[in-house]
Every structure is written in C-alpha cells, then in structure tokens.
Design a protein around this ligand. Structure first.
Ligand code: AMP
Length: 254
C-alpha cells in the first residue's frame, strides 16, 4: 500500500502553494512534515489555511512511466526566453496566436480576478478555448511521484551537473505525467514565485525544456497551460486521480 499526500495552502481563499507526493507508509511522517513546511514557508504570502489530504492507494492501481528527457536553454533576457518557448510550441504545431494567448494569461494571472490558480489551464491547442471545468481552480495534477531510487538518482544527476532545485524535481514529475497522455500536445509553465524566473515547455516530442529568464524577476503571476488536441474527458480524471510513479529517468542536460 502507498499513500497519496496532497497539500494546499491558501490565504483568504486564494491559492498560495501546493504539493503532492505518493509514498510508502514508512516515509509518510517525513514527507508529510516536508509538505506542511513547504506550505508554511510559502515565499510570497503567509497562508491562513493549510489543507492536507491523505488517501491510501493500492499498489496494483499504480502505472509506471519514464521521465521526459531534460534540456536547458540559457537565455539573456525575457524576450529571448519567450522567443525560445514560442519556437518550441510552434514546432509542436501550436499557432503563434494561441501561444500568445497562453503567455498573456499566465502573465496577467489565469484566475478569474487575475489571481494565480491552484491548478492548470487546459487550452484547446487549435482554437485557444479554455476547457478546464473550474476556471478558478484549474486542473491539479496529483498522485504522481518517483520511486525512491529514481528520485535519489535524479537528484544525484541534477546536483552533479549543477542544476538541482526541488522545483525541477517536482515539475519534471508533473510534466512527465501530463505528456504521457495522447491528449496533451505540450505544456507551458511559468512559476508564480516572483524570485524563480526559470520556466519550461514540455512535450513528448521536445522533452522537458527548462528556459531561463522566462519571467521578469519580481513578477508575482504565473501558472501552467496544458495544450490539448481532444476535448478532455477521461483526461482530467487521469491527471488528478490515477496514481503514477516514475521509475526511470532519461537524459539530463544542464
Ligand atoms: P509553481 O511552478 O509551483 O510555481 O507553480 C506554478 C503554477 O502552476 C501554480 O500557480 C499553479 O497554477 C500551477 N501548478 C502547480 N502545481 C501544479 C500541479 N501539480 N498541477 C497543475 N498545475 C499546477
């Protein structure tokens, strides 16, 4: 038996931070404490509520996948970084105007009042229409983690090439789950942490491409857009509910 742990921290009802892990019983107390700590020391606003949900997950229900290969594109400015991200998204068949729409949304804050969302925007990759059922919440990818050995191995490699950050580990897991589905054309992520300016574009075809300077330092808005080719039906349920473990990593480029 494994346990899914989900943490969400909010202030006055608005999303502050979140985290999700899928762990063995022995690791549960330690991981629970680390997620609570992540919520408490959220970088921008102190939360006034932290919710933690723990659900048992049968081992037989778990699907194992491989992580996406990881690449890094170093850029000298936000303009250059956006151009790199746009090129990759265009290579994946997403038209410039749709890419622009996604960038605008994340820059302005994708929530109803221009706030950050807890989950991701789902965007039709052809029409740009937003498809997530709840525009205030978005779709939160959950029940995703690495096997213990794979996490240790990934951290070792990231440290060895000098790009280790807890965020990279978490985000590679999210992107690997999201892009493992045929509905996903690509994902765009810009952090909502004003001090973290590296974002990424991910797709099965391009891998997970970290892009430095994807947002201006100090800007408090961000989010994720999952570009999809079909109307999401089973897709959202899969992203939120199906337990997935990453048991292999691919190439990692600094
Ligand atoms: P972060 O990279 O943690 O700064 O997250 C940036 C944004 O991505 C958040 O504001 C959320 O809108 C979204 N997000 C974070 N984690 C997830 C997740 N597990 N699933 C879907 N969207 C997420």
């Amino acid at each position: 038996m494994k346990y899914s742990i989900r943490m969400r921290a909010s202030a006055e009802g608005l999303h502050v931070s979140g985290g999700e892990r899928l762990v063995d019983e022995e690791s549960l107390p330690e991981i629970l404490a680390s997620l609570l700590w992540k919520g408490i020391r959220s970088p921008v606003i102190s939360p006034d509520q932290i919710h933690v949900t723990i659900d048992p997950v049968e081992e037989e229900a778990i699907t194992c996948i491989k992580a996406l290969p990881l690449y890094t594109r170093r850029t000298g400015s936000t303009e250059e970084a956006r151009a790199v991200a746009k090129d990759i998204l265009k290579e994946n068949g997403i038209k410039e105007e749709i890419v622009e729409r996604a960038f605008r949304l994340l820059h302005d804050g994708p929530g109803p009042e221009g706030n950050n969302m807890r989950g991701a925007v789902i965007m039709d990759s052809l029409s740009g229409e937003r498809l997530e059922p709840d525009r205030a919440r978005g779709v939160r990818v959950s029940r995703i983690d690495y096997t213990l050995e794979t996490r240790e191995n990934l951290i070792k490699v990231l440290k060895h090439i000098g790009i280790y950050h807890e965020r990279v580990v978490d985000a590679l897991a999210v992107a690997s789950k999201v892009t493992s589905r045929d509905e996903t054309v690509a994902e765009l992520c810009i952090s909502d942490d004003p001090s973290y300016t590296t974002g990424y574009v991910a797709s099965r075809r391009s891998g997970y491409v970290r892009i430095t300077n994807l947002k201006e330092k100090g800007h408090p808005k961000g989010g994720r857009v999952f570009f999809v080719r079909f109307r999401p039906g089973e897709y959202i349920n899969y992203l939120e509910k199906t337990p997935v473990l990453i048991d292999r990593i691919d190439m990692i480029h600094g």
